[in-house]
Design a protein around this ligand. Sequence first.
Ligand SMILES: [Zn+2]
Ligand SMILES: [Zn+2]
Length: 269
Amino acid sequence: MSDTCDLRVVFLGSGSGGNAVAVTDGNTTVLIDCGFSAREVARRMALAGLDAGSVDAILLTHEHSDHLRGVEVFARRHGCEVLATTGTRRAAGLDAMDACVVGIAAGSEVRVKTLSVLPFRVSHDAAEPVGYRVTAPSGMCFGLATDTGVLTHEAAEGLAGVDLLGLESNHDLKMLESGPYPGFLKRRILSRDGHLSNPDAADALEALVSNRLKRVIAVHRSDTNNTASLARRGLVARLAAIGLELPVDVAPQSAQLDCEPPQRSLFTE
Ligand SMILES: [Zn+2]
Ligand SMILES: [Zn+2]
């Protein structure tokens, strides 16, 4: 297995205000979601030294607007394809959009030029939501599970052995319970089709740890019902409890987080 570090992952922004992640091996670039305006995604890419014109495909997780907002304009302006499950395609009205849409199915790996892309089923109140595992030619891979109420069996399989993990850590349970959201929304967030809490994320991380995992990024953190330090602390504490020390960061909503996995695993052998 090559340890060559050829996969760069840039979280362009994460949370209910918009989501987009750029993944590139230098030859192929994909965006996972395009939840800001096309202009804003291009601006954030440029700040990270990435060219919006180099994007080959946008991989959609689901149809909620914080993941979809700029997709049509971005795809048209930069001439890239949009990959989506049938359910997302219908719910998002992608067929009415002036964009080249490619159908994908959870569990079926597809290629986008040099990258292998595996969509896997997640559990969320959307038509046919998925997470993604993206693998570079070297074997280095990135996995993302966001907007999911539970870590599904398929997600656990899809994320097994990733080098870099983006994992939802949406809310602190006490902050959500005592916070301002109406009851129906709290119940929705807490449901199996909602979002992973900080302790849920810690459980998921413990289930996903492998000797390949090099770095963990908490994503889709709620501004209202969580803090970055609580989200990070929950994951760091769980890793420590099982004798591991790995870099853990929280992807911000309004700034980029640039990740190149370290060359060698920090896993305690
Ligand atoms: Zn979302
Ligand atoms: Zn959602």
